[in-house]
Design a protein around this ligand. Structure first.
Ligand code: PLP
Length: 361
């Protein structure tokens, strides 16, 4: 069976080279006589896998030595709570609300302490990134929190907020490794890997060492960053297979020019789709503000629910799948992560064009 072009927001398409390589190693990982799924996380072989994965992501992102890289479990949603538990010693953090995921992080902080909203784009259904050049950040806040790419609404920060000297904590889940990032601008970056980097079940945390508290009275062991930071993410049984797959994707990225080359490709793909949408009479991008547009998630609508449904169904028949939009936005959403080839975006635009022509009044 031929592979489809999969526009899912996550879990999402992975590079074919990576899937083939994983397939070729599934019965016998490099002479070990077993699959990575079957081996002990305490084995030398697996230690080699996780060490290489960490070294490769450090190279890719240029992660300085004073940052820890953690491979965790529990969902990126757990990090909404654990970032606050670990990084807000005074129980104060300020939030920019740009959609559901930022709101959920804020709501977790509400359970645990005293968060504050310093900006929001709720007034226009989260279709833009607010001006973050002069936010009313509290002087005694522990950090400023952003969701850097908004998977549902299709917006992305292209300039980081002015934190006024405060620590920046960012959820990069749906843009992770899609472009170069200056890690030193952040106290902590967290990401669920199931969008751009691997199968669901691993979250990567990149956190500045001095922000990791030594002691967190009353906090369970597994919720402390220090627990996994001290043990190289091997305090307990990790998602061995997931980490192995992430490692293969890191290698694929390195072999394909790294994050700068990936950014170029992603910008080119997004331009093809946005250019078409901006010129179309039938399909309209929900994010009109060009400065706020995501390179990864592109929502669009016809304005007619029945027509949207017809489009999604016909596209699926043509091998362009998972284009249905999130229920809060409606319409369609094309997620065009790293592993989506340019040919996939071109096929989508061709199909949309044909659909538009056949529905001309
Ligand atoms: N953050 C962002 C930006 C997301 O898009 C998602 C999921 O889609 C999450 C967090 C939550 O991730 P998880 O399902 O791993 O908890």
């Amino acid at each position: 069976m031929a592979r489809v072009y999969n526009f899912s927001a996550g879990p999402a398409v992975l590079p074919e080279e990576v899937l083939s390589r994983a397939g070729s190693e599934i019965l016998d990982y490099q002479g070990s006589g077993m699959s990575v799924m079957e081996m002990s996380h305490r084995s030398k072989v697996f230690q080699g896998i996780i060490d290489k994965a960490e070294a490769d992501i450090r190279t890719l992102m240029g992660i300085p030595e004073n940052y820890k890289v953690l491979f965790l479990q529990g969902g990126d949603s757990l990090l909404f709570a654990t970032t606050f538990i670990n990084l807000a010693p005074h129980r104060k953090a300020d939030f920019v609300i740009t959609g559901n995921w930022a709101k959920k992080a804020y709501q977790e902080a509400q359970i645990l302490g005293d968060p504050n909203v310093v900006a929001s784009s709720a007034d226009k259904n989260f279709t833009y990134i607010p001006d973050c050049s002069d936010l009313p950040i509290r002087e005694d806040t522990d950090y400023l929190y952003i969701c850097q790419n908004n998977t549902i609404y299709g917006t992305q920060y292209h300039t980081l907020p002015n934190t006024k000297g405060h620590t920046l904590v960012s959820d990069q889940s749906s843009m992770f490794l899609s472009e170069p990032v200056d890690v030193t601008k952040f106290g902590c970056i967290h990401a669920g890997v199931q969008k751009n980097v691997g199968p669901a079940g691993v979250q990567i945390v990149i956190v500045r060492e001095d922000l990791i508290p030594d002691d967190l009275p009353g906090v369970p062991t597994m919720l402390r960053f220090k627990t996994q930071a001290d043990k190289g993410s091997l305090y307990n049984t990790p998602n061995c297979w997931g980490i192995y797959m992430c490692g293969l994707v890191f290698q694929w990225l390195l072999e394909n020019g790294g994050l700068a080359a990936m950014h170029e490709k992603n910008a080119e793909k997004a331009k093809i789709l946005y250019d078409y949408l901006d010129a179309s009479e039938l399909f309209h991008p929900t994010v009109a503000d060009t400065q706020s547009r995501s390179l990864m998630n592109v929502p669009f609508v016809t304005g007619d629910k029945d027509l949207d449904a017809e489009f999604v169904a016909q596209a699926a028949e043509a091998g362009l799948v998972n284009l249905k939009g999130h229920r809060t936005v409606g319409g369609m959403r094309a997620s065009i992560y790293n592993a989506m080839p340019k040919a996939g975006v071109e096929a989508l635009v061709n199909f949309m064009d044909g659909f538009e022509r056949s529905h001309k009044k």
